[in-house]
Design a protein around this ligand. Structure first.
Ligand SMILES: Nc1nc2c(c(=O)[nH]1)N[C@@H](CN(C=O)c1ccc(C(=O)N[C@@H](CCC(=O)O)C(=O)O)cc1)CN2
Ligand SMILES: NCC(=O)N[C@@H]1O[C@H](COP(=O)([O-])[O-])[C@@H](O)[C@H]1O
Length: 243
């Protein structure tokens, strides 16, 4: 594989399944959603070949091991700089020659070198309706602002933190009695729906990051990506769509 290949040119009927490396820092519930989707053959034929965490005690590493997936702890604190850590992270990832690198609760800002290395095949899930609430503590900030709607976004990763082009979003209604924990739970449920969908689209060759922006089936996506409707989400989650 030559440097910078945007593995989108792999063909879905390729001899071997497209390889996915997932980066985590914590619980790994989004990783679990991807593992489950893979198990149901709902991940575009993709295979998660490694999970890498910058936090050695991340529960997501346990989830990976239980799923028979290579689990790698790469403590960022053992490196003198962000650049040194990212260099080591690139080496670990490249061993697996992934078609796609998925950030699933990975809590490190990536250097331009890393982003450029995997540009166009690097996805992230963010717990807000981007471009609102980039950065951290999104649920608390949304509650503090008294917004009536919150949610999550899947986007291609660029050098601009949480500024990359959005692919898919899902919204949740913020109830009067919501607190950070209840809102986080609502958003998590939507994350676990949209992330496998976006990853599947990419691995099927349907989702691409072109020079002009992301496309699905060669059609440019709107600025805030596509929106998973409340109805569709409710049906998937067996919820009352009116709530
Ligand atoms: N260059 C990019 N790197 C990353 C992106 C991105 O879009 N471009 N997305 C983030 C994911 N993320 C939110 O979705 C995010 C992760 C981490 C941070 C952050 O401030 N990290 C601090 C450490 C925080 C901690 O350890 O708790 C840091 O790296 O110094 C903000 C947003 C992944 N990377
Ligand atoms: N800015 C990055 C960020 O906050 N990502 C968020 O971390 C959580 C990870 O949960 P998980 O480990 O259970 O998948 C998810 O809610 C994800 O949106």
């Amino acid at each position: 594989m030559s440097d910078g290949d945007t593995l989108n040119d792999f063909t879905p009927e390729a001899a071997e399944p497209p390889r996915v490396v997932v980066l985590i820092s914590g619980s790994g519930s989004n990783l679990q959603a991807l593992i489950d989707a893979q198990g149901y053959d709902e991940l575009g034929g993709g295979k998660i070949v490694a999970v890498v965490s910058n936090q050695p005690d991340a529960y997501g590493l346990k989830r990976a091991k239980e799923a028979g997936i290579e689990a790698v702890a790469l403590p960022h604190r053992e490196y003198d700089s962000r650049e040194a850590f990212d260099g080591a992270l690139i080496k670990v990832i490249e061993r697996h020659e992934p078609h796609l690198v998925v950030l699933a609760g990975f809590m490190r800002i990536l250097t331009p070198r890393f982003v450029q290395r995997f540009y166009g095949r690097l996805l992230n899930i963010h717990p807000s309706l981007l471009p609102a609430y980039q950065g951290l503590n999104t649920h608390a900030r949304a509650l503090a602002d008294g917004v009536s709607e919150h949610g999550c976004s899947v986007h291609f990763v660029t050098e601009e933190l949480d500024g990359g082009p959005v692919v898919l979003q899902a919204a949740v209604a913020v109830a009067e009695d919501d607190d950070e924990a209840s809102l986080k739970e609502k958003v998590h449920a939507r994350e676990h729906l949209i992330y496998p969908i976006a990853v599947r689209w990419f691995l099927e060759g349907r989702l691409r990051l072109e020079a002009q922006g992301p496309t699905l089936d060669a059609t440019p996506l709107p600025p805030q990506g596509l929106r998973l409707s409340h109805q569709d989400a409710a049906e998937e989650l067996d919820e009352d769509p009116e709530e």
